[in-house]
Design a protein around this ligand. Structure first.
Ligand code: F6R
Length: 616
């Protein structure tokens, strides 16, 4: 949440900052701002999007070879011009941008007010800017020689909470200072130039050499070099990594929206996720990232899956997969609930954290709790080098590629692919699956991308249905077994991008309450592919029909029974029912997408949301 970029070098900083902010806008789009020139910094900021800021700056002098920019997801204070970052300290010495939350800001603010500090915004960030300046000036007035870097370190030691920061000080005009605790920061190293960003996407155009800052790191950067220390002023060794991210992976490539591009990328994302791990010819499956702990996993007494949002839905599919294939008891928890109760975690329990971004604050905190209790914590993550893979002992990356649309699509199917492979590998090793069952699943999983391509060819039919229900104000999604989590995911997709109220339910639960909502105005989307509960879901459809609900059914190709009952059907190819989530979710993603577009919603940047949720 909140995107940060910084630049120092020979280029015009403005160009790097604006381009970088556009790449990071998925992290928040309540306001945007930049500061240029390290000495007497000029600050330009406004409520709204990066393009609003650009319009405002047209024709103005935006020259300068050092600067920083910010795109905000509001936490403290409404989205206004004043609350937009960067924030300048009261006497103008420090300018800062911030991602995260300063939890003790209120107490710090009261103390600063007592010292005569005045505030222009409601943000915790301005409090931090003033705290740093206060520490700096107070020490100077006392005759102590404290550098701006020292003042930053001293102030950060007084702060509770999370931050990714970039700071400029007028007394060291050719220096950028970056600091991290809890919120991600990456530094790109070019030739005589440095880039700072919340993730690597603003950087890859210029260099593929990066340093991922660790918690408590403070980087002091000028054109002569980079000095890495920590909060205790102990020198740190920069760990320079090469990133393998291509520019076209983060462009729209002819699609109207990132979300649509990412829906269409799913066959490729799934193939990339199983490539090198699953061999169709030799029926061989190996997850290298789990190698060191595989024996412990296969003998585990219990598996716990922790995640948030769409990743939690993938985790629910994982529960069905693990219990069926491995017979190991499996529980799925919202990371935010797990961390605040007293979960019973036994030494040797397996905890699997799932996260697209790898930065979700609640998931990270839950991982730390599980580690402390002696669990073996594994990660399933999409962003290489993010905090979650660095916090976990082992794991498997989803190779979905950068997901930029705020609504998660290809990350979900890639996560389910990884969970399927994990459950298959463990099940085969602990005899939960027979050799024949395993072989058949390899073939089935291998065929999934081609089947998704077939579904995508029928997008026009989904669009037509979208046109029929776009004006509804409520909708119900029903599924059983493996398709219950898909019902939840379908409902989440619809509400988050089209703002239509939607509920996902296990189909059999409908009669315990939600059935009261059904009338001719209520679209009911039923996941009804052929599996062992097919007859039951047919009965559920009858119950909806009897109450005049508008039925949209996702069915297996060639199904004629449901076709006769439903108002609309969307066909998907036949698959093993354990793999049906990978197919059935695709029409639901398309349905939400088309409805949101028809309603004129901003599909890639839905209101109030941000992609990477780095606050609790
Ligand atoms: C919904 C969505 C969110 C995320 C959730 C977790 O489309 O994208 O619900 O799934 O914020 O994010 P990650 O997976 O990055 O931990």
């Amino acid at each position: 949440m909140c995107g940060i970029v910084g630049y120092i070098g020979q280029r015009q900083a403005y160009d790097v900052l604006i381009k970088g902010l556009k790449r990071l806008e998925y992290r928040g789009y309540d306001s945007a701002g930049i500061s240029l020139g390290g000495g007497n910094s000029r600050i330009y900021k406004c409520k709204g999007k990066v393009s609003d800021l650009e319009d405002q700056l047209a024709g103005q002098d935006v020259s300068g070879r050092i600067g920083m920019g910010h795109t905000r997801w509001a936490t403290h204070g409404e989205p206004t011009d004043n609350n937009a970052h960067p924030h300048k300290s009261m006497n103008g010495r420090f300018v800062i941008i911030h991602n995260g939350i300063i939890e003790n800001y209120s107490k710090l603010k009261t103390g600063l007010e007592a010292e005569g500090y005045k505030f222009e915004s409601e943000t915790d960030t301005e409090v931090l800017a003033n705290l740093i300046e206060y520490v700096y000036l107070k020490n100077q007035n006392n005759g102590d020689s404290v550098s701006p870097e020292d003042a930053i370190r001293l102030a950060l030691n007084m702060v509770e909470g999370a931050y990714g920061l970039v700071i400029m000080c007028s007394d060291i005009p050719k220096t950028l200072i970056a600091a991290r605790k809890g919120s991600p920061l990456v530094i790109g190293i070019g030739s005589g130039e440095y880039f700072i960003a919340s993730d690597a996407t603003p950087i890859i155009e210029y260099t593929n050499s990066v340093i991922y800052l660790n918690d408590d790191d403070i980087a002091i950067i000028n054109t002569d070099g980079l000095n890495l220390t920590n909060l205790k002023n102990v020198k740190q060794k920069p760990n320079i990594k090469k990133i393998d991210l291509k520019l076209d992976e983060i462009e729209k490539n002819g699609f109207d929206h990132y979300m649509l591009k990412e829906i269409y990328e799913q066959p490729r994302a799934i193939r990339d996720t199983y490539r090198g791990r699953l061999n169709f010819e030799s029926k061989f499956l190996r997850l290298g990232g789990l190698h060191n702990v595989f024996d412990e996993i296969k003998d585990a007494k219990r598996i716990m899956i922790i995640a948030c949002g769409t990743s939690w839905h993938a985790g629910l599919v994982g529960e069905y997969l693990f219990e069926e294939f491995t017979r190991i008891p499996t529980e799925v928890e919202y990371a935010s609930e797990f961390r605040y109760r007293k979960p019973v975690i036994n030494k040797g329990d397996i905890v699997i954290a799932i996260s697209q971004s790898g930065e979700t604050a609640d998931t990270l905190a839950a991982i730390q709790l599980a580690k402390k209790a002696g669990a073996i914590v594994l990660g399933i993550c999409n962003v290489v080098g993010a905090s979650i893979p660095r916090e976990t002992v082992a794991g498997v990356y989803t190779h979905a590629g950068p997901e930029i649309g705020v609504a998660s699509t290809k990350a979900f199917t890639a996560q389910v692919t990884v969970l399927t492979m994990m459950a298959m590998a463990i099940g085969y090793a602990n005899k939960g699956l027979s050799a024949d069952e395993f072989t058949s699943l390899v073939d089935e999983l291998y065929a999934i991308p081609e089947k998704i391509e077939k579904i995508l060819e029928k997008a026009g039919c989904v669009k037509e249905i979208a046109g029929k229900i776009k004006d509804s104000s409520n909708s119900l999604y029903l599924g059983r077994g493996y398709l219950f989590p898909v019902a939840l995911e379908g409902a989440l997709k619809l509400k988050e991008i089209s703002y239509i109220h939607a509920e996902g339910y296990p189909a059999a639960e409908m009669k315990h309450g939600p059935i009261a909502l059904i009338d001719e105005k209520m679209p009911v989307i039923v996941l009804a592919t052929k599996d062992h509960s097919y007859d039951k879901i047919v009965s559920n459809i009858q119950e909806v029909k009897a109450r005049k609900g508008l039925i949209i059914a996702i069915v297996t190709e060639g199904d004629t029974t449901i076709k006769e009952m439903a108002d609309y059907v969307i066909e998907v190819p036949h698959s093993d029912f354990a793999l049906a989530p990978l197919l059935t979710v695709v029409p639901l993603q398309l349905l939400s997408y088309y409805i949101a577009v028809m309603r004129g919603c901003n599909v890639d940047q839905p209101r109030n949301l941000a992609k990477s949720v780095t606050v609790e």
